[in-house]
Design a protein around this ligand. Structure first.
Ligand SMILES: Nc1ncnc2c1ncn2[C@@H]1O[C@H](COP(=O)(O)OP(=O)(O)O)[C@@H](O)[C@H]1O
Ligand SMILES: O=C(CO)[C@@H](O)[C@H](O)COP(=O)(O)O
Length: 468
C-alpha cells in the first residue's frame, strides 16, 4: 500500500493524516494544539507539527507529504531565513487602518479587485506588511522574504534550505493581496506599496503548479507537494466540483464555492481567491464561528453537547433574542472594531435555553448572510457541504438546514483540510494528470423546515451594526 500524508496547520491546532494513496482511507492520524491568540511564534507551529507527526506514527514511510494551513498569516523572514517577529494571523485586526489606507492609495476597491481579486481587509497579508512598515520600521527594513504559514512549514520540513527555496501554491498566494490569480503573477508593485519601499529584492515563494513538488522532506527525501490554503484544502478533500459550495465552521466561518471563473466583488464581501486545482475559490469569511460556541458553553457552564441540547430545547427564534456574534471584530462585513451584542432581552426570554439557541442562530444567521453574498454573484447555492470543528455538533447539523434555508450535506466525521492536503500529496506521488478521486462513504444529506424569519432578523441586526 502506498501511503501519503496530509497536514492541516490551522488556527487552533495541527492535524496530520496518513492515508492510503489509492483509496483515501485514513490509516493513522495525530494532532497537537496551537497557542491561543492572533500573534503567534511560527516556532510554536513547528513544535506542534513535530508532536502531531509523532502521534501519527511518524512520516518515514510515506511517499509524499503536503501541507495545508490557515491563510494570510504574515511570516516575515530576514536574509538568513530567521523569523523577524511573531506572525500576525488572519484574525488579527490591528492592520484595519492599513487596509483602508492601501485601498485608498491604489484608487479604491475596484482598483484592488481588478488587480488581485480582493479588497484589502485586515486579514490579508499585504495589510499586515503595511502595519509592519508603519509600526515597526526596523523590522520592515529587515524583511528579505515573506511566507505564509503553510509555505513556512513546507520549507521547515525540507530543512529550511535558504529563503530562495521557498515555495507556495496559487490558492494561498491568492490570499496575500499581492498575487493576481487571473494573471498568475505576483504584483510586486503592491508588495512595495504595502512595505513602503522598492520590493524588487524581497523573496516571495515560487508558486508551484497544483501537483508540482519543489522541495523534499529533509528526513526521508519524500517529495513535498505545493500545499494549499485551508479552504482550498477542504474543497479538495471534499472533492467539490465547479458550482459546489462548502461551509466551514472552524475559528473562521467560511462559505466557499469552486468556480471556473474569477469573481470580482468591489463590496469586499467575497474574496476572489484561487483553489488548489487551477480553478477559483471565491469565498466569504467571518472572524466569529466555532469559538462563539466555546464562549457560550463556558458562560453557561456546560460542554458542547449540553449546549446543543439546551439550544434544541428552545423554540426557533430564541424567544426574540438575537445574537450578533462579532466578538473578534468582523471581516464580513468589514467591521474590525465591532463587538458582540445580544439584543431584545426581557425577563421572560432570558433563559439558558434561549441564550444557547441565540448562539446557534447568530452563527448560522451570519453564515446565511455569507451565502447570500455568494449568491449575489449568480451562484445558485441550494446545498452546502459542512466541515470544520463545529460540524461535529449534533445541534448544528439539526439547525443548519432550517436557518440557512438550504440542504446540508454532512460528510463522515473527518479532517477535510488535511485530507485535501493528503490528496494533493497523492497527486504529486502519482504523477497523474488528474487529481485522485476518493469517494466519501456515508455522506448524509439533511433538510429541514425553512425558518426565513431568523435570517431576516439577523440581517436587520447586522445592517443596523453596519449603520445602513
Ligand atoms: N461539538 C462541537 N460543537 C461546537 N463546537 C465544537 C465542537 N467540537 C469542536 N468544536 C469547536 O471547533 C473549533 C475547532 O475547529 P477547527 O475546524 O479545528 O478550527 P480551526 O481550523 O480554526 O483550527 C473549536 O473552537 C472547538 O471548540
Ligand atoms: O482567513 C481565512 C480565509 O480567508 C480563514 O479561513 C483562515 O484560513 C483560517 O481558517 P480556520 O483555521 O478557521 O479554518
Amino acid at each position: 500500500m502506498t501511503l501519503v500524508a496530509g497536514i492541516d496547520s490551522s488556527t487552533q491546532s495541527v492535524k496530520v493524516l496518513v492515508v492510503d494513496a489509492e483509496s483515501g482511507a485514513v490509516v493513522r492520524q495525530g494532532r497537537a494544539a496551537h497557542p491561543d491568540g492572533t500573534e503567534v511564534a511560527p516556532s510554536a507551529w513547528w513544535t506542534a507539527l513535530g508532536e502531531a507527526m509523532e502521534s501519527a506514527g511518524g512520516l518515514d514511510d510515506v511517499a509524499a507529504v503536503s501541507v495545508g494551513g490557515q491563510q494570510h498569516g504574515m511570516v516575515a523572514l530576514d536574509a538568513s531565513g530567521a523569523v523577524i517577529r511573531d506572525a500576525l494571523l488572519w484574525n488579527d485586526t490591528r492592520s484595519a487602518p492599513a487596509a483602508s489606507d492601501l485601498t485608498e492609495e491604489l484608487g479604491g476597491p475596484q482598483a484592488w479587485v481588478d488587480a488581485v481579486g480582493s479588497v484589502p481587509v485586515a486579514s490579508l497579508t499585504a495589510t499586515k506588511l503595511r502595519w509592519l512598515a508603519d509600526a515597526e520600521p526596523d523590522h520592515a527594513a529587515a524583511v528579505a522574504a515573506v511566507a505564509l504559514p503553510h509555505d513556512w512549514l513546507t520549507w521547515q520540513l525540507a530543512g529550511a534550505p535558504g529563503i530562495e527555496a521557498l515555495v507556495t501554491d496559487r490558492s494561498d498566494a491568492s490570499g496575500t493581496a499581492y498575487f493576481d490569480a487571473v494573471g498568475n503573477a505576483y504584483r510586486r508593485d503592491l508588495l512595495g506599496l504595502a512595505l513602503r519601499r522598492d520590493a524588487a529584492d524581497v523573496v516571495l515563494p515560487r508558486v508551484l503548479g497544483p501537483a508540482e513538488s519543489g522541495l523534499a522532506m529533509a528526513t526521508s527525501g519524500a517529495p513535498l507537494g505545493p500545499g494549499c490554503g485551508d479552504n482550498a484544502g477542504a474543497a479538495l478533500g471534499l472533492g467539490l466540483t465547479p458550482g459546489e459550495t462548502s461551509l466551514s465552521l472552524g475559528t473562521s466561518g467560511v462559505v466557499a464555492v469552486v468556480s471556473t471563473t474569477p469573481v470580482a466583488d468591489a463590496s469586499g464581501a467575497i474574496n476572489g481567491f484561487a483553489d488548489a486545482t487551477g480553478e477559483y475559490l471565491p469565498l466569504a469569511c467571518t472572524l466569529n464561528a466555532a469559538q462563539v460556541f466555546d464562549v457560550f458553553a463556558r458562560l453557561l457552564g456546560v460542554d458542547h453537547r449540553a449546549l446543543g441540547e439546551l439550544a434544541l430545547s428552545a423554540e426557533p427564534g430564541a424567544g426574540g433574542l438575537v445574537l450578533l456574534p462579532l466578538f473578534n471584530g468582523e471581516r464580513t462585513p468589514n467591521l474590525p472594531d465591532a463587538t458582540a451584542s445580544l439584543r431584545h432581552m426581557t425577563m421572560a426570554n432570558s433563559t439558558r435555553a434561549n441564550l444557547a439557541r441565540a448562539a446557534f442562530e447568530g452563527v448560522l444567521g451570519h453564515m446565511a448572510y455569507a451565502l447570500d453574498a455568494v449568491r449575489s454573484f449568480g451562484v445558485a447555492v441550494e446545498r452546502v457541504s459542512l466541515v470544520g470543528g463545529a460540524a461535529k455538533s449534533a445541534a448544528i447539523r439539526q439547525l443548519a438546514p432550517s436557518i440557512l434555508g438550504v440542504e446540508v450535506v454532512v460528510p463522515p466525521d473527518g479532517e477535510y483540510v488535511a485530507l485535501g492536503a493528503a490528496k494533493q500529496a497523492a497527486w504529486v506521488a502519482s504523477g497523474a494528470a488528474e487529481v485522485p478521486v476518493w469517494p466519501l462513504a456515508g455522506v448524509e444529506t439533511l433538510a429541514g423546515d425553512d425558518t426565513p424569519f431568523i435570517r431576516q432578523r439577523f440581517a436587520e441586526a447586522l445592517a443596523e451594526a453596519e449603520g445602513v
